[in-house]
Design a binder for this molecule. Structure first.
Ligand SMILES: NC(=O)c1ccc[n+]([C@@H]2O[C@H](COP(=O)([O-])OP(=O)(O)OC[C@H]3O[C@@H](n4cnc5c(N)ncnc54)[C@H](OP(=O)(O)O)[C@@H]3O)[C@@H](O)[C@H]2O)c1
Length: 240
């Protein structure tokens, strides 16, 4: 992998990649997505068909640098999410960086759809939901060790959720989607960065990055582009 912007450089080691995605201290929400040239974010309903070795490296680095992984329930279910394991590549990267070996997965679900018995329905998973969600389901998940955060009455209040996560020391979040959560997060003005991998593929007919219109156009600012095998790894700043 090499750098295109700022000015081109040599092959990037893991340490260089960590430096390329380093964040200043303080609260932030960065979004990690992979899309095809025509904006599709899945092939056959999963993101794997757009992946590449470089995308996996960036995914691991962003997880290693984060305090927690924020994800919508749709993505957690479609992609078979599980807790970040200590003996995984991410766990090893985190250890090398002197960070806690695991980062909690924070699932956003208005209906508290996370099923008791799901691989994620254990500590240290956090569920962000609202008061309208089934109280029995919430209690069952809490019983199983899930940290259930009720943020809002009929809908999840993302601003409140981020405050509650920060109270727990979870300040720097990598949001791994999906489109419903990203659209809500942009509409709520809580996104600071979009790290979009652009895969050289044309897919058509699948889900896109956003699942509905935004009230106002958001205009992210390009700050970095890396490239490997024709795949572009962009880093955009988003003004809140
Ligand atoms: N290419 C990529 O990088 C990438 C990344 C992520 C996902 N994906 C793909 O995207 C697809 C999933 O799309 P999706 O739109 O269903 O994803 P999603 O945003 O992860 O999930 C939608 C569900 O999450 C909950 N949710 C999301 N935003 C919420 C909010 N603001 N407040 C309350 N609940 C919220 C709701 O769950 P409840 O219904 O339980 O209330 C909602 O039905 C999958 O096919 C996945 O593979 C691709």
């Amino acid at each position: 992998m090499r750098r295109l912007l700022p000015p081109p450089g040599a092959e990037l080691s893991d340490e260089d990649l960590v430096a390329a995605y380093a964040l200043p201290a303080g609260r932030s929400v960065r979004v990690d997505f992979v899309a095809s040239l025509d904006g599709a974010i899945t092939v056959g309903g999963r993101s794997a068909g757009l992946g590449s070795p470089g995308d996996k490296r960036v995914f691991r680095v962003l997880r290693a640098l984060a305090d927690a992984v924020l994800v919508g329930h749709g993505t957690a279910a479609a992609e078979g999410y599980r807790p970040v394991a200590a003996d995984s590549a991410v766990g090893r990267l985190r250890t090398g960086l002197g960070r806690p070996v695991s980062a909690p997965v924070v699932v956003v679900s208005r209906r508290a759809s996370l099923a008791p018995g799901d691989r994620l329905a254990v500590a240290p998973t956090v569920l962000v939901t609202c008061a309208a969600a089934d109280p029995d389901r919430r209690a069952e998940l809490a019983e199983a060790g899930v940290d259930v955060l009720v943020c809002g009455e009929d809908d999840v209040d993302l601003l409140l959720a981020l405050d509650r996560l920060a109270d727990r020391g979870l300040e720097q979040l990598v949001c791994e989607g999906g489109p419903a959560l990203l659209t809500s997060a942009l509409a709520a003005g809580v996104v600071d960065e979009l790290d979009l991998t652009i895969a050289p593929a044309l897919v058509g007919g699948e889900a896109r990055l956003l699942d509905r219109a935004l009230g106002a156009v958001v205009r992210p600012r390009l700050v970095q582009v890396l490239e490997e095998d024709g795949v572009l790894f962009t880093r955009y700043a988003v003004d809140r």
